[in-house]
Structure formats: structure tokens, C-alpha cells
Design a protein around this ligand. Structure first.
Ligand SMILES: [Zn+2]
Length: 87
């Protein structure tokens, strides 16, 4: 992750396509501070598989993810939606 100029509300660059990420953009956080933009983000279903796979090494992340997923579905979201948060 390359941190850019905070004064211009630029936060980082997408790890997938190098697009500049600004506060207010929708992003997906991978572990170790890696972020990707919405088009590069996995869906909830894909993220679910990833967190599940790493659940043994990162049980906290897996637990947090399940809480977020439950909330997403409760709010009418689907597993096919992009798993993003507002930066
Ligand atoms: Zn991207």
C-alpha cells in the first residue's frame, strides 16, 4: 500500500488496478492494509470463502466478517454484492 497525500484526501492506491483511492470511495480491505477499489473487490460470497479459508490463522477476522455479513444480509444485501466499505 502506498500512502499518498492526506491533504488531498487521497488515501491509497488500489492493489488491483492502481486507481487512486480517496476518502468516501468504496473499498475492500484485505489483511496487512491492502485495499482494492469497488470493481476489483470480491463479492461477499468470494470474501466469505477467503475468510473461511484463513479462519484458523485469523479467527478474529473471520468472526468480524461473519458479523458484517449477517448485517449486510439483514439490510437486504446479497452474497453477489461487492464486499465494500466506505473509506
Ligand atoms: Zn481497482
Amino acid at each position: 500500500m502506498s500512502l499518498a497525500n492526506d491533504n488531498e484526501f487521497v488515501y491509497a492506491a488500489c492493489e488491483g488496478c492502481s486507481k487512486t483511492l480517496r476518502f468516501g470511495d468504496k473499498v475492500f480491505h484485505y489483511a496487512e492494509g491492502i485495499m482494492v477499489c469497488e470493481p476489483c473487490a470480491p463479492t461477499w460470497a468470494e470474501a466469505n470463502q477467503g475468510f473461511k479459508r484463513d479462519a484458523f490463522e485469523n479467527p478474529d477476522n473471520w468472526r468480524d466478517f461473519k458479523v458484517r455479513l449477517r448485517r449486510h444480509l439483514a439490510n437486504g444485501g446479497t452474497l453477489g454484492d461487492k464486499c465494500v466499505v466506505i473509506l
